[in-house]
Write a protein that binds this ligand. Structure first.
Ligand SMILES: *Cc1c(COP(=O)(O)O)cnc(C)c1O
Length: 396
């Protein structure tokens, strides 16, 4: 992570194809596009790689989440279980759908704890959105089983875990829908982009219609198409898709590089007793975009973060203080500050957002540090980083 570190001729050639035809639109223009279908090709290759039946490329991971919720019919009055540790987009999508986010605790996987999810279910719960945070997986088999047992829609936010697997199966393919992000800092990037995958033909139809103003995509002449449903514009341009296509073809190399660096760093820190690794339910499926570890208490985690920065070990996140990734800093949600009134009228339900109690998650996130694994590091960079980290963390 991130894919922008390895832009090269592959991306340039893909973009040049698009510029050569002048067709930036993903639909139509058959006569002049010289058979370049970047979005469509990305979708075919991504679905095949994941072992999913259908993929639809969107303008972002955020719109992918919105499209998935819409396709699953989740909206006004529904409760959706989400983790307090995620990128804000997961919760925004639920709120903007008119649904109510209900927070359940995470565990030392840094993802939703299935037992904690079971405790927050109500008759209004319709869906669960686990987030595979920082490159690794939630206990997705248990979450899928729980959703099946209670008749809940499982939507995976795999925006940070492209290429990750659990027991050989791609993350994003356990739920009815899986959402991905290819924004400018993700593992593979389109500049801006995202995707939804599903095995269900009916959901896929709703997805591509909703993401394109309800167009049914059933006619060669776009002007003649019907609009069976309300939709909006969540389309991606061919330029973005072209960059993403070149990046997708590099994914195996990206994963191999990240895994190698991560293994070397873990090795270098093996003699630091204060370091507890984040639990990874299936280590073989870790996409290894981050090295995440927990320290015994918040004070030591804060000290470690400061000492690592002072030792020149950059890219270490202390998530507890980060205002994008942890609920404690999302005041605009707690007070529902929005330029317009949101569709929910269930203020009684919303009062809960102002005082969400997630003490287990506070404790875990307050002890966690994640370091981004870079693709540009040489072996010598990794070795020297490992030495500096061991010196800091061995003394904590
Ligand atoms: C990046 C991200 C998103 C949103 O993706 P964008 O493409 O930036 O809109 C959603 N969820 C998670 C967990 C993310 O990391």
């Amino acid at each position: 992570m991130p894919g922008f570190e390895i832009f090269g001729d592959e991306e340039r050639r893909q973009v040049q194809d698009v510029l050569d035809t002048g067709v930036l639109f993903r639909y139509g223009f058959d006569a002049v596009r010289k058979d370049h279908w970047k979005a469509r090709t990305f979708e075919e290759e991504f679905a095949a790689r994941l072992g999913a039946t259908h993929c639809h490329l969107c303008s972002s991971g955020s719109t992918a989440l919105s499209v998935a919720l819409a396709a699953c019919g989740i909206g006004y009055g529904d409760e959706v279980v989400v983790p307090p540790f995620t990128f804000v987009a997961t919760v925004e999508a639920v709120l903007l759908a008119g649904a109510v986010p209900v927070f359940a605790e995470i565990d030392d996987t840094l993802c939703l704890d299935p037992q904690a999810v079971a405790r927050v279910l109500t008759p209004r719960t319709r869906a669960v959105i686990p987030v595979h945070m920082c490159g690794s997986m939630a206990r997705i088999d248990e979450l899928a089983e729980l959703c099946g047992r209670h008749g809940l829609v499982l939507i995976e936010d795999a925006c940070q875990a492209v290429g990750g697997t659990f027991q050989g199966r791609a993350l994003g393919t356990f739920g009815r829908m899986g959402c991905f992000s290819f924004d400018s800092v993700k593992t593979i990037t389109c500049g801006e982009g995202g995707a939804v995958v599903t095995d269900e033909a009916d959901l896929y139809r709703l997805v591509h219609q909703y993401a394109d103003h309800g167009h049914d995509h059933a006619h060669a002449d776009r002007g003649a198409e019907d609009h069976p449903i309300l939709g909006m514009n969540c389309r991606v341009s061919e330029l973005n898709a072209a960059v993403g296509l070149a990046q997708l073809r590099k994914l195996d190399g990206i994963l191999a590089s990240q895994r190698k660096a991560k293994a070397a760093l873990k090795d270098a820190l093996s003699a630091c007793p204060a370091v507890q690794w984040r639990r990874v339910p299936d280590p073989a499926g870790d996409s290894a975009t981050f090295l995440s570890f927990l320290l015994p208490d918040e004070a030591r985690a804060r000290r470690a973060a400061a000492d690592l920065a002072a030792a020149g070990v950059d890219g270490c996140f202390f998530w507890y203080d980060n205002n994008w990734h942890y609920l404690r800093r999302w005041d605009h949600f707690k007070h529902l500050r929005s330029p317009a009134r949101l569709p929910q009228t269930g203020l009684a339900t919303f009062a809960g957002l102002q005082d969400v109690q997630v003490p287990v998650s506070d404790n875990i996130v307050g002890r966690t540090i994640s370091m981004q694994i870079k693709l540009s590091w040489s072996e010598a960079d990794v070795a020297s980083r490992g030495e500096r980290m061991a010196a800091v963390l061995g003394a904590i």
